[in-house]
Design a binder for this molecule. Structure first.
Ligand code: FEO
Length: 168
């Protein structure tokens, strides 16, 4: 049994993870439109990861004997000026997720709701990895600058990215 406040927060985060998937689909679409299929694949995989995250919330809410509530969400940003801009916006997206997970975790701690505290720990660790990943790609892109060979090598590297729930 969860408090109304915690259940509301868990449902909001589940829906925000679905929204994140949507935001990454918009980033994939921009990369596809620029014929950067590797970068597009990177964001399609990222969107899959976000749906996986959302389903972790869905399953947890169910396991706690509560009901998941599916909500709509705002239109994600579709305006990008470059691949660097896409990754900087992606990092901003992840920072927002981290902030929300921390706030939710604070509620769980206030209520001494240990199952939820334990559940959210996975997301706290995941956010460290996600922010680090986006930050290091941004650094790489800045270093590459106008080196088109290095840029297309990165595009090729990202074409191999795949999603595996087991590695999550
Ligand atoms: Fe589900 Fe990328 O945070």
């Amino acid at each position: 049994m969860l408090s109304d406040k915690l259940l509301k927060g868990l449902n909001e985060q589940m829906n925000y993870e679905f929204y994140s998937a949507h935001a990454y689909m918009a980033m994939a679409a921009y990369c596809s439109s620029e014929s950067l299929d590797g970068f597009a694949n990177f964001f399609l995989v990222q969107a899959e990861e976000e749906r996986f995250h959302a389903m972790k919330f869905y399953n947890f809410i169910n396991a706690m004997g509560e009901r998941a509530t599916i909500a709509g969400f705002d239109c994600p940003n579709n305006d990008f000026t470059s691949v660097l801009d896409v990754f900087e916006k992606a990092l901003g997206q992840e920072k927002e997720v981290t902030k929300r997970i921390y706030q939710l975790s604070d509620v769980a701690w206030d209520e001494r709701e240990h199952a939820t505290i334990n559940f959210l720990k996975w997301f706290i660790d995941e956010q460290v990895e996600e922010e680090d990943m986006f930050d290091s790609i941004i650094q790489k892109l800045k270093r590459i600058d106008n080196d088109s060979n290095a840029f297309f090598m990165l595009d090729n590297e990202f074409s191999k990215r795949s999603f595996s729930p087991e590695s999550e």
